[in-house]
Ligand binder design. Structure first.
Ligand code: XIL
Length: 449
């Protein structure tokens, strides 16, 4: 009797795999932003955080954007928190994700006054030492990603609002020559990467952007390798400079590319529908200005979702600055981006891919069973994963392999091991476990993410 019942329930279990979709399946819709942009010879990108490149966030980042900029992962303080102690994990992960999704990477950033490690900023350095540290940093980081980075924001935010040089670690120690040196070292480390100087409040024609213009002109005259200018474009609602296109054009006329590198449009919270409509118009006019100038390479948004924006932390009381809301639903601003790129619809296509988790039992005996969960991706990918389920009949996981599983009461949670977090598009990862059962062993519903 016992073996017969076991045989029957095993057969039932083997066919009873549970599937959970983390992203909707594809259906007919407008092309994603990256395709609309590509049709105009432009690249539309987003800043991303490596740990979030999974689930809906990963699906949107992979489907909609043709370029990724690590928001923090490539900054000096992230990659070398202690002197000689490097941590490339998040930067590597973002580069790998981009490559798996046919995306470019904008490297950000090599020389900046902010987010440097304290060992560097608290140290006391002679000019020669400082120069050596900077050269070594640039050679190491650019060299590591040689051939994998389309463009580097080599120098970030070198100017004050009045167009004078920003003082601090680099200028005080090395004078304005640190800019030419940094570009030259970066070029030596990756001759094919486009090298940019990037700044904020340089979108319109004014004292600050003119200082940047004069610098680029002089660098070009000296033969310093400078390929582009990044206009960050952290804008305030309704305040797109009227001279934006003219400004882009004057840099282009110097013989450099221009990119909008960190676009967001913040507003006082809470946002109302009129403000969201204004924001759509603002996104549209920024992208339109780029589309109008041949040497404008493209537009990167500084985070694509309001839940992932730096704005609320940095500008208290402000937010809602990106094209998607906190729940990854597209806002009118998404339509503004799409329309400027020639799109017509008010809604984006859903992410075309999905990752799924399937639970199955491969063997069962009197008191125990062996199970497995297979995580598969198609048109999407994962950088890490967590699977959870709730047992309905007192089952208990006793041992797991290729995952770390914990059980609390009926709730089981399994996360990837150190070596199998990545599930590539078109690939799968399987982990297994032994568990006990008694009475019945129903298949649980499995949640991925
Ligand atoms: C921001 C990041 O988005 C935040 O997560 C971080 O706390 C501070 O830096 N200009 C830049 C970016 O060049 O590197 C900044 O990114 C935003 C302003």
């Amino acid at each position: 009797m016992r073996s017969l019942r076991t045989g029957l329930s095993l057969a039932a279990l083997l066919t009873g795999a549970a599937l959970v979709f983390t992203a909707p399946a594809a259906h007919a819709a407008d092309p994603p932003l990256r395709d609309l942009a590509a049709a105009r010879g432009k690249v539309v990108g987003t800043a991303v955080t490596g740990s979030k490149l999974t689930g809906t966030y990963g699906a949107i980042a992979g489907a909609q954007f043709g370029s990724l900029t690590p928001d923090n992962a490539m900054k000096w303080g992230s990659v070398e928190p202690t002197r000689g102690g490097f941590d490339w994990a998040e930067a590597d992960q973002i580069v790998a994700f981009a490559q798996a999704h046919g995306q470019q990477v904008r490297g950000h950033t090599l020389v900046w006054h902010s987010q440097n490690p304290s060992w560097l900023t608290n140290g006391s350095w002679t000019p020669a030492q400082l120069s050596g540290l900077l050269q070594n940093h640039i050679s190491t980081e650019v060299g590591r990603y040689k051939g994998e980075i389309a463009a580097w924001d080599v120098v970030n935010e070198p100017f004050n609002e009045d167009g004078t040089y920003r003082t601090g670690l680099w200028y005080d120690g090395l004078g304005s020559g640190y800019i030419a040196s940094a570009l030259t070292w970066a070029h030596a480390a990756d001759p094919n990467a486009k090298l940019y100087i990037n700044d904020y409040n340089v979108e319109g024609v004014d004292a600050k952007s003119t200082a940047l213009y004069n610098l680029v002109k002089s660098l070009k005259q000296q033969g310093v390798p400078i390929d582009g200018v990044g206009l960050q474009a952290h804008l305030i609602l309704g305040q797109v400079p009227s001279t934006l296109q003219q400004n882009i054009q004057r840099f282009a006329d110097l013989g450099v590319d221009v990119a909008i590198t960190e676009l967001d449009v913040r507003m006082a919270l809470p946002a109302d529908s009129g403000e969201l409509a204004q924001q759509a118009a603002d996104f549209k006019s920024v992208v339109a200005a780029c589309v109008a100038v041949a040497r404008c390479a493209g537009v990167t948004v500084w985070g694509f979702a309001d839940s992932d924006s730096w704005v609320p932390d940095t500008f208290p009381g402000y937010g809602a600055a990106t094209p998607y809301d906190e729940n990854y639903a597209p806002k009118p601003a998404y339509r503004g981006l799409a329309e400027a790129l020639g799109g017509s619809t008010t809604t984006p296509p859903p992410p075309t891919g999905a990752c799924t988790a399937a639970y199955s039992v491969s063997g069962q005996w009197d008191s125990g069973f062996t199970g497995q969960v297979k995580i598969s991706c198609s048109g999407a990918s994962l950088a890490s994963w967590k699977v959870s389920w709730t047992y309905g009949a007192g089952q208990r996981v006793t041992q797991a392999w290729n995952a770390t599983c914990t059980q609390s009461g009926a709730a089981v949670s399994c996360a990837n091991a150190s070596y199998n977090g990545a599930v590539p598009d078109g690939g799968s990862v399987t982990f297994g476990f032994n568990a006990s059962w008694n009475g019945s062993n129903p298949v649980p519903t499995v949640t991925l993410g």
